[in-house]
Structure formats: C-alpha cells, structure tokens
Design a protein around this ligand. Structure first.
Ligand SMILES: [Fe+2]
Ligand SMILES: [Fe+2]
Length: 277
C-alpha cells in the first residue's frame, strides 16, 4: 500500500509507511516516517532491514537519495535503526541519535561507516535545521529507552513519539487515526505498563508536551492520535498510569523455579513438590 500523507503543502510533506513488514506475526508492526522539505528530507525511525528497500524506493519519488539530510533515530532498538548500515551506504545522510547511544550505533554497521556521520544529541535535545524549516528534538528519556527523543515538526504540528502512544495493531489498522481515546486505551495499556519506565517520567513529559501546539501525535507502532480532545485525553491517561518500576517489587526478583522446554519453546509446568525431590 502507498504511504499515508499525514501532512502535505507545496513545500513540505510528512509520510507514514505502515505495512513494509510482512504480517506473519514474527515481527511487530512498525511505522516508518519520511519528512520532505523542498528537495531534501529526513527518515525517522527507519527500522530494520525488513523495511529498507520499500522505504528507500518511496523516498526516491520525492528527492534523490543523495539529498537525504538525516537518518533520525528516537533510540537504538533494532526496530528503529537496525538498517543503519544500508542507509549510510546508500545515502550521504548523517545519523541523529542520543549521545548516550552514539558509540553503540556503530555496532549496526561495517567498520568506519559512521565516521564523521553522527550527531550525538545531548540530553537537553535541540533544534535541528531541515531544508527551510527545522525539527525540534524533544527529551523523552526513559520512554522507554534511557536516551530517547521525540520529534516535533512545527510545519505540520505533528509530534513523532517513537514508542510512546504505541498500540498493537495491523498495518491496515495503523492507517486509521484515533479520535476516541477511551476506545483505544485497551490496545495501548499492556504495552505502556511494561515498556514505560515510571509514572514520574510520564508526568514530567506531559508537563512539557502540553506546551506544544500538537495537531497529531504519531507513534512508531499502531495508529496516530488525532485532534486536541484525543491528545488531551492521552495526556490525562498517561498522568494517571502506573508503569514500569511502579509495578515491580520483590516478587519480580526471585530465583526462578520454572523450566524452559527448548522443543516446545514454552515454559514447562512447574514440577510438583514430590517429583522435585
Ligand atoms: Fe523501542
Ligand atoms: Fe518500537
């Protein structure tokens, strides 16, 4: 399917690819993004090798690969940046990633590929020029990654939130923006409870994000959240969501008693005490 135009004017476009990964259930559905500004652009969270070819060809419809300014990574997970070697080989783009991952990213590439081609973003974030405009790199640390950024595009007023706001869907479902948050929460809740680090972090982030004028909030998995009512409801939900270390206590840190069966690849039922003896 063609990418979705989240935004377009005569000079600027934001495109979302939702279905570049085969839906056989092995790899999580993921979105990749292309921002075009004039004759240049950036890819955001381009993902792994599963998505590279189609995203690269899709980009070629807007500008030549030599004009790509940046490969921007919210963090260093495989579904974010595992295709880094191919992007650095096929374009002249600079990698933009948290300073704390700057020296980890080269493990995705052949030796020397990243030399003089990485912008290590400090924890405070910053404004990054792109064509005639800019992107704002917003601190989003611990949501979930320790060095993590979100990307605000002032032209489209889209906030790209990486693994925050994620819902577990198919590529087709990810194409339909959500305007009724209450109905959407069941598809987000389990993920956020386990992958987000703590409610304290969510609250600090919401306090910052409420200051932005956001038309659409677009995560890296699942559907965008569209319009002020749904975005405000999302902020309210996050502020009251216990997650991560809020939910972990000593019960989560016990010497394991279960056994993994390598044939079924499942946990074996625990042995009864008599058998265990
Ligand atoms: Fe991640
Ligand atoms: Fe992700």
């Amino acid at each position: 399917m063609a990418p979705i135009e989240l935004y377009r004017d005569s000079n600027h476009a934001c495109l979302m690819f939702t279905d570049l990964i085969e839906e056989d259930g092995q790899a999580i559905q993921a979105n990749q993004f292309l921002i075009v500004d004039g004759d240049t652009g950036a890819v955001i969270d381009p993902g792994g090798n599963l998505a590279f070819n189609e995203l690269f060809m899709g980009m070629g419809r807007y500008f030549s690969p030599q004009k790509l300014s940046y490969v921007i990574a919210s963090h260093a997970d495989p579904d974010i940046i595992a295709s880094l070697d191919r992007w650095l080989t096929s374009t002249n783009a600079t990698l933009v990633i948290s300073r704390i991952w700057e020296r980890f990213a080269p493990h995705f590439t052949k030796a020397g590929k990243t030399e003089n081609r990485v912008i290590g973003v400090p924890d405070s974030g910053g404004h990054l020029p792109l064509g005639r405009h800019e992107l704002v790199l917003l601190p989003a640390h611990f949501m979930h990654s320790e060095g993590n950024f979100h990307f605000y595009d002032p032209v489209s007023r889209i906030l790209f939130t990486g693994d925050l706001g994620v819902s577990l869907t198919t590529g087709a479902e990810a194409r339909v923006p959500v305007t009724d948050l209450a109905a959407h929460i069941p598809r987000m809740e389990g993920f956020h409870r386990r992958y987000m680090v703590s409610n304290k972090i969510l609250r600090l982030w919401v306090r910052m994000a409420r200051q932005l004028d956001i038309a659409m909030l677009v995560p890296q998995h699942g559907a965008p959240i569209l319009g002020k009512p749904a975005i405000n409801a999302f902020f309210d939900w996050l502020e009251n969501l216990p997650c991560g270390i809020d939910l972990f206590d000593e019960r989560a840190y016990q010497i394991p008693t279960g056994h993994i069966d390598p044939v079924t690849r499942q946990m074996r039922a625990p042995l009864r005490p008599a058998q265990a003896a």
